[in-house]
Design a binder for this molecule. Structure first.
Ligand SMILES: [Zn+2]
Ligand SMILES: [Zn+2]
Length: 250
């Protein structure tokens, strides 16, 4: 009996030692492989995560070939004043966001902190908000990833989260639609429920990804109707600007 006890004790000791030397929950945030040298990504995934720190469009903040206003912003300026994003939406970052949307809510702290850091390059915002989802969608997913981001950003920047809008109805899949079609799809799906929270305020809108900007534009339109002074847009990732856009999710 005593022998068994000792063996178990030793096992526990060995486990503790292992956990100290190699902290347990340190796995790659993208593929789940164990990593032993800290960081968030394994050796295979790390090179596929591209920081959006090269030349960008000074308006929407998407990666561009040259640091100049992209054709889309020139043709149809977004309703937010300026956008910033941490990653280019491709490869590892796209997988990371997919995981964050589908069950990986724990990623909010890491991603929210990154977005908050980059948002410090924007003018001061009075409050932070997010793209609302319908109650039904919220129930199905268990959370709204945009709301989680906004909550983390709120703590990091010391500004309140505001909830001026609700989403009244679910919109059909946006995946295969262009910006104009997406806007039609979104028309009148949001409703203002708290004007006071944004009236006269500079608002930071947080979201996981910027693709065509149609969703952000529709939310900004409502925020401006509600009386927001101006809006800045901060996302985890944004698609690279291309004169020949590919249709992506969101
Ligand atoms: Zn990995
Ligand atoms: Zn642009």
């Amino acid at each position: 009996m005593r022998k068994i006890y000792n063996i178990m004790n030793f096992k526990k000791f060995a486990e503790n030692l292992r956990d100290t030397l190699f902290p347990k929950d340190i796995t790659c945030d993208i593929c789940g492989a164990e990593i032993f040298d800290g960081g968030h990504f394994c050796k295979n995934c790390a090179p596929t995560v591209i920081l959006n720190d090269g030349s960008t469009c000074p308006v929407c903040g998407r990666k561009t070939a040259r640091p100049e206003i992209c054709m889309e912003c020139k043709a149809d300026a977004p309703k937010f004043r300026r956008g910033i994003s941490v990653f280019v939406y491709s490869g590892g970052a796209a997988k990371l966001i997919l995981k964050f949307k589908n069950g990986g809510s724990y990623l909010k702290d890491y991603l929210g902190a990154l977005v908050a850091d980059k948002a410090k390059t924007l003018p001061h915002c009075d409050c932070v908000t997010f793209v609302p989802v319908t109650k039904k969608r919220r129930r199905e997913r268990g959370y709204n990833q945009g709301e989680l981001l906004a909550e983390v950003i709120s703590k990091k920047l010391g500004i309140p989260v505001v909830r001026p809008l609700i989403k009244k109805r679910d919109t059909p899949e946006q995946k295969a639609l262009g910006k104009k079609e997406r806007l039609d799809n979104l028309r009148a799906c949001f409703e203002i429920c708290d004007r006071q929270s944004v009236k006269g305020k500079t608002v930071l809108l947080a979201d996981d990804v910027l693709t065509t900007g149609a969703t952000a534009d529709e939310v900004c339109r409502e925020l401006l109707i509600a009386g927001a002074k101006e809006i800045y847009f901060a996302t985890v990732a944004s698609v690279e600007y291309s004169p020949f856009p590919q249709k992506t999710e969101n």
